[in-house]
Design a protein around this ligand. Structure first.
Ligand SMILES: [Mg+2]
Length: 380
């Protein structure tokens, strides 16, 4: 079995509701994505999903793979990261490696005629979910109904977007708490401030919240690379500090782990691919830190999360919701249940996909989904 070439498409569509965080408080509805088809000299094709930023590097990175057996995924990942050595596994090149690595894993599992979770060694095809709202643009009423909807599917942990205004955060955490309690299970509360605050500001912010609530984690309370700032926060508050979702390769996690700067290590499809995430997960395992996967198209990261011995909860916006493809992952009783379709289990309705194909992403959709807010990190 050999890789013979690649085809890629950009597509763009509206999401069913506004999504946003402290950087995009009014929210946005346009979503652009890249789909890659990695072809072989058999009837099998691997599918990878990624960001439009990856597209300029797909052809060149695929040349590293052409003629190779796609089942040697980790070795091919090394060849791609070696090819990126001088620029580094960062930015659009890291995004390109990520989407091709996903397509390789999809192919390997398809060649095994089994779902990816099984190829990766998961003992059980299920992963605990937590509800994430990307909810800053939602009114209080919309916020309540979103978390009640997730609670009706057995989800009892939720993560609010905040950091702009302490009074708003206190009021909205209480709304989320009440809504999640309708699950009938013990509730876990998280807050994601998306690098909006300075470390000292984050400590004051979390202290006031902790006067009122038991916060499980505070996410990205300082810049992603600021290991001493993150550790300062972790040591000053009761909540765990979660970070890592915007890092792009395993090496970037070294100081965070060495300095015990993060309590929950976040990985995702963009951590130099599924292979990069697995490596980071093992690094975190070595220092007894739980891993949490970030939101992914159709919650496909559940395949990887299920195989991580130290995975805690997976971020879920709404499983399979808003996707242009079908994936056999369902949310029930607070867990994502993975099906038995070979590979990632992604099936596009090609006619529907072609209706949404674009040459390049629109201004509303790209180039990076959430730019940084002008006043972030400026308040002492
Ligand atoms: Mg986040």
């Amino acid at each position: 079995m050999q890789v013979t070439g690649v085809r890629s498409l950009l597509y763009e569509h509206d999401t069913s509701r506004l999504l946003g965080d402290v950087n995009t408080p009014k929210g946005r509805k346009r979503h652009a994505a890249l789909v890659v088809y990695l072809d072989t000299n058999t009837e099998l094709t691997g599918i990878g999903l990624g960001t439009p930023a990856a597209r300029p590097h797909i052809e060149a990175l695929t040349q590293v793979l052409v003629g190779r057996d796609p089942r040697g995924v980790r070795g091919l990942w090394k060849m791609m990261t070696d090819a990126a050595f001088k620029v580094g596994v960062v930015g659009p090149i890291a995004a390109g490696i990520s989407v091709l690595d996903m397509a390789l894993w999809d192919l390997k599992a398809k060649a095994n005629e089994e779902p990816l979770w099984k190829t990766l060694g998961a003992a059980e095809p299920r992963v605990r979910a937590y509800a994430s709202g990307l909810d800053m643009p939602l009114s209080d009423e919309q916020l309540q109904s979103y978390y009640e909807h997730m609670a009706s599917q057995g989800v009892s942990a939720g993560k609010l977007k905040g950091g702009a205004n302490l009074d708003d955060d206190l009021r909205r955490i209480e709304i989320m708490q009440r809504a999640l309690a309708t699950s009938g299970k013990p509730v876990m509360l998280m807050l994601d401030v998306n690098e909006h605050l300075t470390p000292k500001q984050a400590i004051r912010h979390v202290h006031t919240i902790e006067d009122n609530f038991d916060l499980t984690w505070i996410e990205e309370p300082a810049r992603r690379w600021d290991s001493s700032g993150l550790r300062q926060i972790s040591q000053a508050v009761r909540a765990s500090v979660a970070s890592g979702e915007n890092l792009q390769n395993p090496g970037e996690f070294c100081s965070l782990l060495d300095e015990r700067a993060v309590d929950v290590v976040q990985v995702g499809t963009g951590t130099a691919g599924l292979t990069g995430s697995i490596i980071v997960g093992d690094m975190a395992y070595g220092v007894e830190r739980p891993v949490s996967g970030m939101n992914s198209p159709g919650s496909l990261f559940a395949h990887v999360a299920a195989a991580m011995p130290n995975h805690t909860m997976l971020e879920v916006l709404a499983a399979g919701h808003d996707a242009l493809f079908d994936i056999n992952i369902t949310l029930a009783d607070g867990f994502l249940e993975l099906g038995n379709r070979p590979g990632l289990g992604i099936e596009f309705d090609i006619d529907r996909l072609m209706e949404h194909v674009v040459e390049s992403p629109s201004k509303e959709a790209g180039p990076s989904p959430y730019g940084r807010r002008h006043d972030a990190g400026l308040n002492p």
